[in-house]
Design a binder for this molecule. Structure first.
Ligand code: EPU
Length: 352
């Protein structure tokens, strides 16, 4: 690795940087050029730079939702914008702001400790704050869009900071405008959250209902605190999702497919056990993990890539996996699920 300081812009440009420590799957890849971004001004320096300005860019957050299959010729912008603060305390909500480089789980724990509950169902999700709107992270009955206020992003064509509200972000299931028309065109630098007051727990998810029932077996009127809900979510996640610090992974590798009620009836006719959830719009979400499990993939290994023993939706690095091995395994899984259920699974992380 070599580093050079560009005197004019005081920008620190690194070359030949290993991205292995910067992606949670632990896949090997090298960034030809990497620039760390700690502020909007840092993005503007890149935009104004005589050569980097026009070069294609790749925005890297916590690296917990990417699969690197090759070295990166693009300029990698590693977002490290810091900051956690309460912007406003209104009668109906706390508005909290976090720098895009902050750890997501760090934000959840900080907001609970400060007395601003509302993010507890999203505890322990790996990655950074800046990545959270990109894929509209979600878990245990809450999605980022339910707690989103607005965000600031720097336009990589103009260098100008823009503020985007919820409508402009076009949130969908693990999807947003940042994965679609704005992909690679902006750098999210700050995100603001709207945490409703008074706080109300979201406990509709089966595993949380079970925890509540346990708590209430002694005292039926007991109300859980936000910290308790966070602790339950942390317990549930630890029990079935691998810790990326110990076993490389990118969380759910596939999205849960959404089908029409007719398609679902057809599949239930053949596989009555299939786990499925009716959605408010009449469609039905199928549990991809269940389907992969039913095809016999749980615990399997291909080369150095594998299917996690406790949750078939998660692919893992058995040690020295490379991106192409992971994608070979992913395609084999997609083929067998298609063969048995007629459903094409979509990958959830961004494949680079
Ligand atoms: N199942 C199996 N076998 C498996 C895995 C799952 O039978 O190997 C069954 C489970 O028993 C359950 C159903 O499939 O009945 C669904 O599994 P689970 O409740 O674990 O949730 P999921 O659909 O696998 C989704 C999100 C997770 C999120 C959880 C909790 C997606 C792609 N994944 O997983 O998000 O934490 O719900 O809300 O929507 C992520 O995006 O990285 C992620 C971890």
């Amino acid at each position: 690795m070599s580093a050079a300081i560009n005197e004019n812009s005081a920008m620190h440009i690194e070359s030949g940087v290993s991205l292995r420590p910067y992606n949670s799957f632990g896949l090997p890849a090298v960034a030809h050029t990497l620039v760390r971004i700690a502020s909007d001004a840092d993005v503007r320096r890149v935009v104004d730079h005589p050569t980097l300005g026009r070069a294609p860019k790749f925005v890297l957050g916590g690296g917990s939702n990417i699969i690197l299959t090759r070295d990166m010729p693009q300029v990698v912008l590693k977002v490290e914008v810091p900051g956690l603060r309460l912007v406003e305390q209104r009668d109906d909500a706390w508005i909290v702001e976090a720098g895009a480089g902050e750890s997501w789980h760090g934000l959840v724990m900080w907001s609970l400790a400060q007395g601003f509950p509302g993010l507890e169902n999203l505890a322990l999700i790996p990655g950074t704050v800046g990545a959270s709107p990109v894929q509209n992270i979600g878990a245990y009955g809450v999605e980022l869009q339910d707690r989103f206020d607005s965000l600031d992003a720097v336009d990589l064509r103009t260098g100008l900071t823009v503020t985007l509200g919820r409508e402009r972000c076009a949130f969908g299931y693990r999807d947003s405008v940042f994965k679609q028309s704005l992909a690679g065109l902006v750098v999210i630098t700050r995100v603001r959250f709207r945490l409703p007051r008074p706080w109300q727990p979201v406990l509709g998810y089966l595993e949380l209902e079970r925890k509540l029932a346990e708590l209430r077996s002694a005292d039926p009127t007991l109300q859980p605190t936000a910290q308790q809900v966070a602790d339950w979510v942390i317990d549930i996640r630890r029990a079935k999702l691998p810790d990326p610090a110990l076993i490389g992974n990118a969380g759910s590798f596939f999205k849960n497919p959404v089908v029409t009620p007719e398609q679902c009836r057809d599949i239930i006719g053949r596989d009555p056990e299939i786990v499925h959830y009716p959605m408010p719009d009449g469609t039905v979400k199928l549990a991809a993990g269940w389907m992969i499990d039913a095809c016999g993939w749980k615990g399997k290994t291909v080369g150095e890539a594998g299917v996690y023993e406790k949750q078939a939706l998660v692919l893992v690095n058995r040690g020295d996996a490379i991106g192409s091995e992971v994608m070979t395994l992913a395609r084999a899984i997609q083929e067998s699920v298609y063969g048995r259920f007629g459903i094409r699974l979509e990958t959830e992380p961004v494949v680079v």
